[in-house]
Every structure is written in structure tokens, then in C-alpha cells.
Design a protein around this ligand. Structure first.
Ligand SMILES: Cc1cc2nc3c(=O)[nH]c(=O)nc-3n(C[C@H](O)[C@H](O)[C@H](O)COP(=O)(O)OP(=O)(O)OC[C@H]3O[C@@H](n4cnc5c(N)ncnc54)[C@H](O)[C@@H]3O)c2cc1C
Length: 434
């Protein structure tokens, strides 16, 4: 009998724990070829309308670090990671053809550009009698466990929350594989590209950054452990979550969650273990509550497809007063609007790739409601710049703040002066980023 070979295509699931595609490949194949492709369109391309680098330097560096870590982890288990730069539908196809593999396993993506790539690869595989096998890896919940079909996902978050909390259990994360088949292929495993090859000059992150975001499953699990068990910061999350200075006012899990270095199910069950030992409180519940927002935006993106990217958003009602004034927009990007609270936040984003949730809400509201600029400019700049960019979370939040999302409250206006008084009463944050 001939050996069954499976390709495991790592995408935004850069981990070995709770990795459904990897687990399925191990169940169905005798041996596997793990691969990651730095998609040239994502690393050398530009954002849709306004031409920012599609993957800015902070995220590019984070992804590189994550791939280095993934390769090391695979090697420790006797396997390896093939690395390519190009188009996944071509690079993976070539390997599938050469090694006569049976399937390509991957965790399914749901937004347009990522879908196109997987569809193109699938099409190519069909031409040689091979197939894709899709798994899921992004959500807390399995869509098949939800009490509604995706097309009936409630439009309002509170309704969504009520329904899922009432009816669905978060499944246990899949365990780390106990072993992996030895990687024994006559195949160039590929060298890791440099940051320059991904389109960016090497840089040192500003030392004022709230946390060192180093990519990878190892550091992601380390952060989870640190936030829960070492510092116990999770116990006071509810009270600190609107702050803007320091490592522990919020979890900072976002960048690791966005690249799949940690799984949301893993975070949830670790929280449950923490509650078991230290007791449940409003803070531990609220971390789960925020993770629900992440699931909610992803399901809404699945339900509505490309609408989240359009000026009229989910409601298909573009606000015609919002314009593309590039000069004015640049003052926002550079933190030179003259409004200290906005400028400090925008400088933090520019210099570190991160901004607190409180900051994001304020600068987005300021761009839309005070500067009267097209919200898509802000969303695309965030897409480029954020270390934790996640398509559904970013565009979903921008839709929401622009008042064209699925929330019935129009004009989510933040009065910046009041917000600064409330959340930075002594001006410490503004001075920090002066
Ligand atoms: C305009 C705008 C754009 C945003 N873009 C992104 C994005 O691209 N990627 C991203 O991960 N988050 C985005 N967010 C949500 C939120 O600001 C970040 O998830 C959060 O600040 C990250 O820090 P943290 O991990 O410490 O969050 P915590 O406060 O510790 O929350 C825990 C986790 O819950 C999830 N979460 C929290 N708030 C939200 C939310 N409002 N929507 C969706 N998920 C949430 C994140 O995965 C986060 O890591 C955006 C918010 C706004 C207002």
C-alpha cells in the first residue's frame, strides 16, 4: 500500500496546540508536509483603496517571529516547516504535484482575499485529482454548535451573547500531538525571508511600548500564563480594561489570537481553570465577554460577506458627508491633529503597532465625527499598522463606530474632551507619548 501524504498549510493558525487541520492530517495520513507561504500579495501588496502597505512592519515582524517559533516546535518533534515566498495556490500546488500528496489540510478562512487564495488552490488541486480538507480554528464556538445558522446570526451583540451563552458550551481545545511523523522528504525546506524581503527596513520598537509583542506560540502561551497565573492581572481586568498605560491593564492577547498563535478555546479553558482556583469574578467573566465580540464580528463578516468593506457598510447607507481629504488625514496618522488625547494615541500606534481599545474608539470617532473623513481611510490605515490586525474585528468595529454597522444606535460619538478627562485625568498618557 502506498503511503498517504498530507500537506498541512499553516495560515492564521500558527500553533501546534488546538490545531484542527494538523490533527485531522495526522488522523488521515501516514506522513505530513507542514508548509507556510509568505503570500507576496499580502507582504508586497497595498491596501484596497488608499495604498498603505498591506502588512505593516510591526505585523510583518510578528509573523516572521511566529514562523521561526513554529518551525522550531515542529523540528523538536521530528518534523519541519517548509517555507516559501510567493502565491500559496502555486507553491503548494507544486509540492502536491511533485510528492503526489492526497490532501491539503488547512483551517478555513472566511473573508474575501483569503477565500480567493484557498479557492484557487482547491481548483488547482482538482486538476491533479487532489482535494482540500477544511477545518476551523478561529472561533470559540463551532458554527455547528450554534443555536442558529450563520445566515440567522443575530445582528445585535447582546442578542447574540444571550443566545450563545444560554445554549452552547465552549469545546475543549485539542491536545498537542504526542508525536509527529519524521520529515523525510527530498525537498528544499526554504530559508526564512528577512524583514527587508518582506518590504521593511529592520527597526527597533520604541522602548515606551506597553509590552514586547514577540510572535509565536511559545510567547503567546507565555503571555497567557503570565496574565493569569503569574501576575493574577486577570482578577482586576474589569477595573483596568479602559486604561492605556502599562502591560497589564488588558490581556494583550490580540496579536497572538490574530495569527492563531494561541487558540481562543485555550484561553477560555485556561480562564475556567483560573476561576476554579481563584474564584470567578466580574473580571474573569469580562475577558470571556470580550472574546465573544471577536466571535460575533467573525460571524457577522461571514453572514454579510464584503459589505463590511464598503463605504455604506452593513447597512448599505454611505454617509456622503465623509470625504477623502488626504492632507487632513495625514495629520491624524502622524498624531498632529492638535488634540492631545487623539495625538498621543496615534503616536503610540505609529511607533508600536498597538493602541488600547479605549484609544481605538476615540481616534476612530474623532476621524469620523470631528474630522468628517471617510472611515475607510482609518480602517485601511489600521489594517496596515496594527500588530493585531484581524479582518473581521477591525472592519466590524469601524462599521460599528461609523454608525453603519448592525447596531441600532446611530452616531457613536465620543466627546474627546470628556473622554480624556475620564480616562487620562492627570494627563499621564498624553505626556507619555508627547
Ligand atoms: C476601530 C477599532 C479597530 C479594531 N481593530 C481590531 C483588530 O484589527 N484586531 C483585534 O484583535 N481587535 C481589534 N479591535 C478590538 C480591540 O480594540 C482589541 O482587540 C484590543 O484593544 C486588543 O487588546 P487586548 O488583547 O489587550 O484586549 P482585551 O481587552 O484584553 O480583550 C481580550 C480579547 O478580546 C478580543 N476583543 C476585545 N475587544 C474586542 C472588540 N471590540 N472587538 C473584537 N474583539 C475584541 C480580542 O481578541 C482581545 O485580545 C478594534 C477596535 C476598534 C474600536
Amino acid at each position: 500500500m502506498s503511503q498517504k501524504i498530507g500537506i498541512v498549510w499553516f495560515r492564521q493558525d500558527l500553533r501546534l496546540h488546538d490545531n484542527e487541520a494538523l490533527t485531522e492530517a495526522l488522523q488521515h495520513c501516514d506522513t505530513i508536509i507542514p508548509i507556510y507561504v509568505f503570500d507576496e500579495r499580502f507582504f508586497h501588496g497595498k491596501t484596497r483603496q488608499f495604498g498603505f502597505p498591506k502588512t505593516g512592519k510591526f505585523r510583518a515582524k510578528f509573523i516572521l517571529e511566529s514562523i521561526v517559533d513554529l518551525r522550531q516546535s515542529l523540528r523538536k518533534m521530528g518534523s519541519d516547516l517548509v517555507v516559501r515566498f510567493g502565491k500559496p495556490e502555486e507553491e503548494i500546488f507544486k509540492i502536491a504535484q511533485e510528492f503526489k500528496t492526497s490532501w491539503v489540510f488547512c483551517n478555513r478562512e472566511r473573508t474575501q482575499e483569503e477565500l480567493q487564495v484557498q479557492d484557487d488552490l482547491e481548483h488547482n488541486l482538482w486538476s491533479i485529482g487532489q482535494e482540500m480538507r477544511y477545518s476551523r480554528g478561529k472561533l470559540l464556538y463551532y458554527t455547528s454548535d450554534l443555536p442558529f445558522p450563520i445566515t440567522q446570526t443575530p445582528e445585535i451583540f447582546t442578542q447574540f451573547k444571550k443566545e450563545v451563552e444560554r445554549a452552547v458550551q465552549v469545546r475543549k481545545p485539542l491536545p498537542l500531538p504526542s508525536s509527529l511523523p519524521v520529515f523525510d522528504f527530498d525537498l528544499d525546506i526554504g530559508t526564512m525571508p528577512s524583514l527587508e524581503e518582506l518590504g521593511h527596513q529592520p527597526f527597533v520598537v520604541d522602548e515606551r511600548a506597553s509590552i514586547v509583542f514577540q510572535g509565536g506560540e511559545t510567547t503567546g502561551l507565555g503571555r497567557l500564563n503570565n496574565y493569569l497565573w503569574t501576575t493574577g492581572a486577570a482578577k482586576s481586568y474589569f477595573d483596568t480594561r479602559n486604561e492605556m498605560l502599562g502591560a497589564d491593564y488588558s490581556t494583550k492577547f490580540s496579536a497572538w489570537l490574530a495569527q492563531g498563535c494561541i487558540s481562543p478555546k485555550k484561553v477560555y479553558h485556561e480562564l475556567k481553570a483560573f476561576e476554579h482556583q481563584h474564584g470567578e469574578n466580574k473580571s474573569t467573566y469580562w475577558i470571556f465577554f470580550e472574546l465573544l465580540w471577536r466571535d460575533f464580528f467573525r460571524l457577522i463578516a461571514k453572514k454579510h460577506g464584503n459589505k463590511i468593506f464598503l463605504k455604506g457598510g452593513l447597512r448599505e447607507e454611505p454617509n456622503r458627508r465623509l470625504r477623502n481629504d488626504y492632507k487632513l488625514f495625514q495629520t491624524w496618522v502622524d498624531g498632529e491633529t492638535g488634540v492631545p488625547f487623539v495625538d498621543a494615541n496615534m503616536r503610540e500606534l505609529k511607533l508600536t503597532g498597538f493602541m488600547s481599545n479605549r484609544g481605538r474608539q476615540n481616534v476612530a470617532s474623532y476621524l469620523i465625527n470631528d474630522m468628517k473623513l471617510n472611515w475607510q481611510m482609518g480602517a485601511e490605515y489600521f489594517e496596515s499598522q496594527l500588530i493585531d490586525y484581524d479582518t473581521a474585528s477591525n472592519w466590524g468595529n469601524w462599521n460599528y463606530l461609523a454608525g453603519i454597522g448592525n447596531d441600532p444606535r446611530e452616531d457613536r460619538y465620543f466627546n474627546i474632551e470628556n473622554q480624556a478627562k475620564q480616562y487620562d485625568p492627570q494627563g499621564a498618557y498624553v505626556r507619555y507619548w508627547a
